[in-house]
Design a protein around this ligand. Sequence first.
Ligand code: ADP
Ligand code: MG
Length: 618
Amino acid sequence: MAKIGINIATGSLQQAEMIVGIDLGTTNSLVAIIHPETKQPVALREFNTSSLVPSIVHFDEFGNPTVGETARQFLEVDPQHTIFSAKRLMGKSYKDIQENAGYFAYKVIDDNTESLVKVQVGDQFFSPIELSSFILKELKQRAEHILKTPVTKAVITVPAYFNDAQRQATRDAGKLAGLDVMRIVNEPTAASLAYGLGLKADQEATIAVYDLGGGTFDVSILQISNGIFEVLSTNGDTYLGGDDLDRAIMQFWMQAGGITMEDLKQHQTLAQGLRLKAEEAKKHLSSHDRFSTDWNGEVLSITKAEFEGLIAPLIAKTINCCTRALADAKLTADKIDTVVMVGGSTRVPAVKAAVSAFFGKPVNDSVNPDEVVALGAAIQADILAGNNKDFLLLDITPLSLGIETMGGLMDVLVPRNAKIPTSVGRQYTTHVDGQGSMRISVYQGERDLVKDNRKLAEFNLTGIPGMPAGLPKVEVQFLIDADGILIVKAKELRSGVEQSIEVKPQFGLTDAEVEQMLLDSLTNAKQDMVTRALVEARTEGEQILAVTEKFIGKNQAQLTQAELIDTAAAMQALQLALTMEDKNLIQSKIEELNEISRPFAERAMDQAVSGALKGKSI
Ligand code: ADP
Ligand code: MG
């Protein structure tokens, strides 16, 4: 039984070992706990504020970040320094988001490679992990301020469709914010838990979770049996949400008042005002029949019926996604036992009505749709804290397992707390032309540099046929069986050469040692991430230098004298930056070299060059 203390000064409750639940959303984030007295989940809010923290980071002229409502004020008036929707960038390369690059009003670095994206704000470069960590830090502080106790452990939710890289990025963001991420939970699973679904051992149910947020729409079909949630299918539209409803109202008013896009572009404050009025109208119409306001001396009004007419096509799109999700799960609507509503935009009565009509049953909307995911995360956290003994916990890995990549970095394949048995594979490539063998070093631990972790095993994959750097595809696979035995396999996919090894990950480690390793990782998280960012920037810089040099050697004849001189200067500047301990400087020199070499690289793009930039090298 956990101890509960009461802070005499404030009357607030203190509990040892509090694990918080965090909904790290695209538009809004929030943190929730199980109230130590009532045992009910509650979302934490500062006095007189909303429980929601807008997922927005604004940087002032000195590069200092602020998060949440204050940052939101800068969306239209200082777009270059105001980062929204960082979640969309998690675990993504520029190529992944290229199609939607126009969506971001701030600078997302186009480095034309498959390495992870960065955002440039002034002369600083941020990874989406760092940006998300600012939001998580804000939530952590909010929780600590309200609970009057340090908060170091959290459960964080992610969309069900998040892949391995996106989940790992979310874990890293938590770590950077000083949080030990006990588990990553799917958002629809958390929402179901908040409705009490899956909390009884013998419960069997098929659930549809309809989540319409600020900028994204997801529908998931889940199957619960014996306390285990299985995602049968997911569908959705990553660029459809409440923002589109606001936009529909804005356009309606612009048409009525003869306002053009040009007018708004010239007056960012007016545009901001209009957007806020549109959102206000939308929310008002969720519980009233008409809305009317004054904007810039004009009367703007809209009725509920008009609004519903505007958004009918958007709602229809979400229903199409539901049809596809059911088809993928090989189910029909009548096989769904429960429909759960998630996301602020499901407050719109027309949305509820459409979903209920589609599934042929009333929807579950009794839990606040803004909070339901965070509340579920808090329930999961409580189970992990051991406060809910009836609930069976599956076997999990105590520490992360991974291999060493360039620069001595730990690349995690199986994160700590992953359910076992499990199997994960990832592709790597070579660093040097004609590299005939690759050393696979297997490590266990939470630190970013392998030298701080524990080496479990090592072997050489030999017989890789001579190919240019970046061309071989080496698939490394980690398989953990139900007894916790780890088998590591490496296979070069083009030639088929293969090697494997068996290890017992828990061998020789006591609980106390595991605990110590976790503690070390938290204390050193900040420094580790800084080092990792530096090592990654250097590796990227070195690779780009090597590729450019090779490229120039081959294609000199096709380049103008000016191009050659500019390139040489940019290479020299990068070379110099590599000797310094400043990842922002290295990033900006990489950027400059890319800017210069892009036109001619595009002119004569050759396979080996693009190939060399793919995948991490060992
Ligand atoms: P996300 O999961 O993407 O972070 P949320 O679930 O917090 O987003 O949903 C935010 C969206 O919900 C915003 O577009 C907001 O305008 C909308 N919203 C909030 N309250 C209401 C309401 N009463 N009626 C309609 N939409 C609402
Ligand atoms: Mg959400």
